[in-house]
Unconditional design. Structure first.
Length: 223
């Protein structure tokens, strides 16, 4: 569904991904778990009446498996370029382990085999201040080393990946266990107050579409 003009949310049972839709290009933010690709292509074809090949960039907010599980499949279908922060790039290249311990890694290996996920070499390595369409990259390490937010000063919308969740009318962290580097996380979140934010699009929960500034201030005060 369209959250605000040009931003469509594909809410999954577990994880969300988003489409930024312009006349000439479509940007996909995150890809969801393995097996999610047909949901994205169907939404493009049936709801937006657009072709999956109209996606020209796939931006990954961070390398956790629930956000990159369908990456190789969607890249294959769309031919889109993949953009990720270099600190999170190795996992999608098929190198290194996923955070989360031996059990999580075994599960991921199995899912990769079942869904035939392949390593992906990103074409675009993102750094602070880079632009993807109208959106600027804000490097927000903490949840993962290469976590990023994408902020658009025109519509004041920000994609925060797993940095923030919106539950019970408040912004929350992804949970203590899911913050790899707490000091960096806190610093990253505080930096978001430098931006004029009205809409917050999260990786796992409903979006914040009003009062975002106040909710963010309240969250920072609770850190
Ligand atoms: Zn995550
Ligand atoms: Zn996640």
């Amino acid at each position: 569904m369209e959250i605000i003009s040009g931003i469509h949310e594909l809410r999954g049972r577990i994880v969300n991904c988003y489409l930024i839709v312009n006349n000439d290009e479509i940007i996909l933010i995150d890809t969801g778990l393995p097996g999610n690709s047909s949901k994205i292509t169907k939404y493009l074809e049936n709801t937006l009446k657009r072709s999956p090949q109209d996606i020209n960039t796939i931006v990954i907010t961070h390398n956790h498996f629930d956000h990159v599980g369908s990456l190789s499949k969607i890249k294959e279908i769309t031919g889109a370029k993949v953009a990720i922060h270099p600190a999170d790039a190795d996992f999608i290249r098929g190198k290194g382990n996923h955070v989360g311990g031996a059990f999580a890694n075994a599960m991921i290996k199995l899912l990769k085999i079942i869904y035939q996920s392949k390593p992906v070499e990103p074409e675009i390595l993102l750094s602070e201040g880079d632009l993807i369409g109208d959106y600027q990259v804000i490097h927000t390490p903490g949840h993962s080393p290469g976590s990023i937010c994408l902020y658009n000063p025109k519509n004041k919308a920000i994609f925060v990946g797993d940095n923030l969740q919106y539950t019970k009318g408040k912004l929350q962290s992804p949970g203590e266990k899911l913050i790899l580097e707490p000091a960096k996380y806190e610093e990253s979140i505080k930096r978001l107050l430098d931006y004029d934010i009205e809409v917050i699009l999260t990786g796992h929960t409903a979006p914040v579409t009003s009062d975002a500034r106040h909710l963010l201030e309240d969250f920072v005060n609770r850190l």
